[in-house]
Design a protein around this ligand. Structure first.
Ligand code: SF4
Length: 389
C-alpha cells in the first residue's frame, strides 16, 4: 500500500497527499525511498541546487511568563528572583552586534509578561526601527500577541495593526507546537486551543506580515496527530492563497527537548524512544512535510536541536533551507540544546559538503549576495550577560 502511495507522489502530477495516506507513509514507507521522493519534490518546487540561510539574531527580551508550558525551561513566573526584561538599549546593543556581521533580521520572542503595557511594545519597535532601519523586525508569537491584547484590552487584530504601523515586519511562528487540542491542552493548558494560534496567524497574514509555521514533535503523540497538525496549517495556507496573501513562508519542525522541564520530569522513567525524536524519525518528519505541503515553498532543517550533521541529511531529503545563525538562543536551549549559535562558515560548509550552493537570504526568502566566508571571516561576540531584575 505505501509503495503505491509513494509512486503516486513521485509521478509527474502528484495528487494532494491526504491525511490518511500521509499517515500510511509516515508509519510504513521505506526510509530511503521516502527521502528520495521528498528530495525529488524539493527539486520540483525549488529547482536550483542551492540551500538558503539567514544571518539573524534571536532576542529573548523577557523571561517573565504566566503560561507555564510544561516543556518550557526558559520562563520564570512574575516575582521570581531570576526574572529579567531587557531595556531598549540592551536590545539595541544586540541588534548593533548583528549589523556588524551583515545580519538582516532579528527574531524577538519572550514570555507573556503581564507587567508590560502596550506602549512598551510599540515604542520598542519604533526605537529599533529608528536606530536599525535595515534590520527586519520579526517579533512576538501569537500567544504573546494574545497576552498583549489582554493587558491592553484590545483585539489581537488591533494589536497587530498597531505593531505593524510601528514598524514590525513579521510574526514568527513560535508557539504552534502541536495544533491538535488533545495534545496541546495536555502540555500547555493555558496556551489555549489550536484555533487561537491559527486565528492570530490568519490576522497577521491579512495585514501582510511575514509569517512562518512551526511544529514541535515528541510529546508522545501519534503520527496521526503530527499529520493533523500539518493539515491545519495547510488549510490556513489555502485560505491565505485564496485571499491572494503570501501566507506562511516556511515550515519548521523540531523535537521537544526533555531536560530541565516539567514535561521531561513528568515522563521520567517512560520509554524515551516514545518522546522527543531521534534523527531517523526527524528525517521522516521532514520528508513527509515536504510531500504534504504542496502550498508551502520552503521546508527548514533545524540544526539547533538536531545538530549540523542531521540538518545536512535533512537538506538531502526534502529541506531547502538550513535556518539561521541565531547568535544566541535562550528558550529551547534552556531545555537542553547546547549549540545556540552557528557561524556563517559552519552553515556554508554544511551546505557545500552536501553538494549544494549556500545562499544568504532575507526574512522573506529573497536571495542576497553571498560571499564565501573564510576561516577567519566571522566570529560572533558572546551574548552580554542577562541582567536579572
Ligand atoms: S513556551 Fe513561551 S508561552 Fe510557554 S511558558 Fe515558555 S515562554 Fe511562556
Amino acid at each position: 500500500m505505501w509503495m503505491k502511495i509513494l509512486n503516486e507522489q513521485r509521478g509527474e502530477n502528484p495528487p494532494r497527499l491526504t491525511v490518511e495516506k500521509a499517515v500510511i507513509l509516515y508509519e510504513n514507507a521505506d526510509f530511503n525511498l521516502l527521502r528520495q521522493a521528498a528530495a525529488e519534490r524539493r527539486r520540483k518546487v525549488n529547482p536550483e541546487a542551492e540551500v538558503t540561510y539567514l544571518i539573524d539574531r534571536n532576542v529573548n527580551y523577557t523571561n517573565i511568563c504566566t503560561i507555564n508550558c510544561q516543556f518550557c525551561s526558559f520562563y520564570r513566573p512574575p516575582g521570581h528572583s531570576e526574572n529579567y526584561t531587557q531595556s531598549y538599549e540592551e536590545i539595541s546593543q544586540r541588534v548593533s552586534e548583528l549589523e556588524a556581521v551583515d545580519g538582516v533580521r532579528i527574531l524577538m520572542q519572550g514570555g507573556v509578561n503581564p507587567d508590560l503595557p502596550f506602549e512598551w511594545y510599540t515604542n520598542l519597535i519604533k526605537y529599533l526601527r529608528e536606530n536599525h532601519p535595515q534590520i527586519a523586525l520579526d517579533c512576538f508569537s501569537p500567544i504573546e500577541i494574545e497576552g498583549i491584547a489582554e493587558v491592553s484590552e484590545m483585539t489581537t487584530l488591533e494589536v497587530l495593526t498597531q505593531l505593524k504601523k510601528a514598524g514590525m515586519h513579521g510574526l514568527p511562528g513560535g508557539g504552534a507546537e502541536m495544533l491538535v487540542d488533545d495534545v496541546r491542552l495536555d502540555i500547555s493548558p493555558k496556551k489555549g486551543s489550536a484555533d487561537n494560534w491559527l486565528r492570530v496567524m490568519h490576522e497577521a497574514q491579512s495585514l501582510g506580515l511575514t509569517t512562518s509555521a512551526t511544529n514541535v514533535i515528541g510529546f508522545g503523540e501519534e503520527s496521526i496527530h503530527r499529520v493533523r497538525h500539518m493539515e491545519r496549517i495547510r488549510i490556513l495556507q489555502d485560505e491565505a492563497h485564496a485571499n491572494e496573501w503570501r501566507g506562511f513562508t516556511s515550515f519548521i519542525a523540531w523535537p521537544v527537548q526533555l531536560e530541565n522541564n516539567v514535561f521531561g520530569k513528568r515522563n521520567r522513567g517512560r520509554n524515551r524512544i516514545e518522546l522527543g525524536a531521534g534523527p531517523t524519525e526527524y528525517l521522516r518528519h521532514i520528508a513527509i512535510s515536504r510531500l504534504f505541503f504542496d502550498n508551502i515553498e520552503h521546508i527548514q532543517a533545524s540544526w539547533p536541536t538536531m545538530g549540523l550533521g542531521v540538518a545536512q541529511m535533512a537538506i538531502l531529503g526534502g529541506a531547502d533551507d538550513i535556518g539561521s545563525t541565531m547568535m544566541e538562543e535562550n528558550v529551547v536551549s534552556a531545555s537542553g540544546t547546547e549549540k545556540t549559535c552557528a557561524l556563517e562558515l559552519e552553515l556554508q560548509d554544511t551546505v557545500s559538503r552536501a553538494g549544494f550552493k549556500p545562499r544568504r537570504r532575507d526574512s522573506d526568502y529573497v536571495l542576497l549576495e553571498t560571499p564565501l566566508v573564510g576561516q577567519d571571516a566571522q566570529t560572533f561576540p558572546s551574548p552580554p550577560p542577562i541582567q536579572h531584575i
